[in-house]
Design a protein around this ligand. Structure first.
Ligand code: PHE
Length: 448
């Protein structure tokens, strides 16, 4: 029997869930360390530019496809371009999401461990250098991080199997605003640390002499990663959206929130890095060694650290939900019973896929996969190759396979905006986005 398709209960529920997917480790964990490795402020500025120009146009394109078809991504492409191979964009999305979740859940596990230690032990009150040692000792213990990794995946499965409204939407509506508030508190403390100025200027005054072709590609990948683009997630989420809502308003809120959190994350982290004499290019461990040190400088720091970790865990989970949701909805369509089974099978398979990433920091640290660790290679493959590729294909697909009046109708529904805005968007998606991605990729491959 065919069951009615679920919808978000409200527009704000959709925005928060989409922002929940967007805002996660990308802004809080990945952006600071990738910016740290790639020269700081200049990287951030290029990332901002890409997010505003290319990210927003692509987000709108994905919203249009999802809302128009109201289907899972593979079926959506099949409906819009029957008897062709375009549905492979959906397949690419599902595969990319499994790969992202495989390492995302590893970092999610680190947060689980930190949270556990911060509640039941104490994480604050050490000298700043000691946090690096602590982090190294935690992540090299396969049992502790393995168990935490599993806990993270199981929470994700439990929520996703319940479906859109009761699971994802309800959780996001509560957690996202709280995260924002605690972030503000953290930023206030970080920027008033002694020696914070150097960090602020590292983050906010761009030094373009550091910029290389690779920096640009990383910034592009980061822009797509942090808006969850190129992997059909936003197609999936907007497929649950009602026909009346304005896509532009929703996209604006999602982009705005994710930039805001990225900005706050940078302001919370870089002052601490410099104030405590740490290195900004430390890599994936950056926030785990800097933030506990910043919290140690705050009254009731231990308490706030626990609260922060809890919220960061929530932000990470809301992104993880979206990553698993796309796999589940593709496998189970609208069938509630199959959804449960699909969530467990897919979730546990992704857990297994993530084990080598998890061990990349301990037992497998010396395993050289084409010149880097397994963890870093999967992250690189996804963020700098698969996401831009997915984004490129979507930006080719939309103007090629969808009619202009149809696009215009979807884009302008629910707004009183002038047609001019549609034309700007159309230009960005048809010419600017594909051109920028192709240039960045050719550069990576050494052709430029
Ligand atoms: N946008 C998420 C983040 O920034 C990560 C993500 C990427 C989620 C791609 C879904 C798809 O943390």
């Amino acid at each position: 029997m065919k069951q009615a398709r679920e919808q978000w209960t409200s527009k704000i529920g959709f925005i928060l869930a989409a922002a929940g997917s967007a805002v996660g480790l990308g802004a809080v964990w990945r952006l600071p360390y990738v910016a740290g490795v790639n020269g700081g402020g200049a990287f951030f500025l290029i990332f901002l530019l890409f997010t505003l120009l290319l990210g927003s146009s692509l987000l709108l394109a994905e919203f249009i496809i999802g809302r128009k078809t109201q289907k899972d991504p593979i079926s959506a492409f099949k409906e819009l371009a029957p008897n062709s191979s375009w549905y492979m964009i959906g397949v690419l999305g599902v595969v990319s999401c499994c790969l992202i979740l495989s390492f995302y859940a590893v970092v999610g596990g680190w947060i689980v461990t930190y949270l556990f230690r911060s509640i039941f032990g104490s994480l604050t009150g050490r000298s700043s250098g000691e946090y690096s040692e602590l982090f190294a000792s935690i992540i090299s213990n396969p049992w502790e991080v393995g168990a935490a990794h599993l806990v993270f995946i199981i929470i994700t499965i439990l929520v996703v199997q319940k479906g859109i409204q009761k699971g994802i939407e309800r959780a996001s509506t509560i957690m996202m605003p709280l995260l924002f508030i605690i972030f503000l508190l953290l930023v206030v403390r970080a920027v008033t640390l002694d020696g914070a100025a150097e960090g602020i200027s590292f983050f906010l005054s761009p030094d373009f002499s550091q910029v290389t072709g690779e920096t640009v590609l990383f910034a592009l990948g980061q822009a797509f990663f942090s808006l969850s683009l190129g992997v059909s997630i936003m197609i999936t989420y907007s497929s649950y959206l009602s026909k009346q809502d304005s896509l532009i308003h929703s996209a604006g809120s999602v982009v705005g929130l994710s930039i805001l959190i990225a900005f706050l994350a940078g302001l919370a982290i870089f002052p601490g890095v410099f104030a405590f004499g740490l290195q900004p290019d430390e890599g994936p461990s950056l926030i785990f060694t800097v933030l506990p040190a910043v919290f140690s400088e705050i009254a009731f720091g231990g308490l706030f650290l626990s609260l922060f970790l809890m919220l960061l865990l929530f932000a990470t989970l809301t992104s993880a939900f979206s990553l698993l949701e796309i796999v589940v909805t593709t496998a189970a369509k609208n069938n509630k019973q199959r959804r449960k089974k699909a969530a467990w099978i897919a979730g546990l398979a992704v857990f297994l896929l993530g084990i080598p990433s998890n061990l990349s920091f301990g037992v497998l640290a010396d395993w050289d996969v084409f010149g880097d660790t397994f963890f870093n290679q999967i992250d690189f493959l996804v963020s700098n190759i698969l996401l831009p590729l997915g984004a490129l294909l979507i930006s080719i697909f939309v103007p090629l396979k969808m009619k202009k009046p149809e696009l215009k109708h979807e884009l302008l529904t629910g707004t009183s905006l002038h047609t001019r805005y549609f034309e700007v968007w159309y230009f960005l998606i048809k010419y600017v986005t594909p051109a920028a991605i192709v240039i960045a990729m050719l550069d990576l491959l050494g052709f430029l």
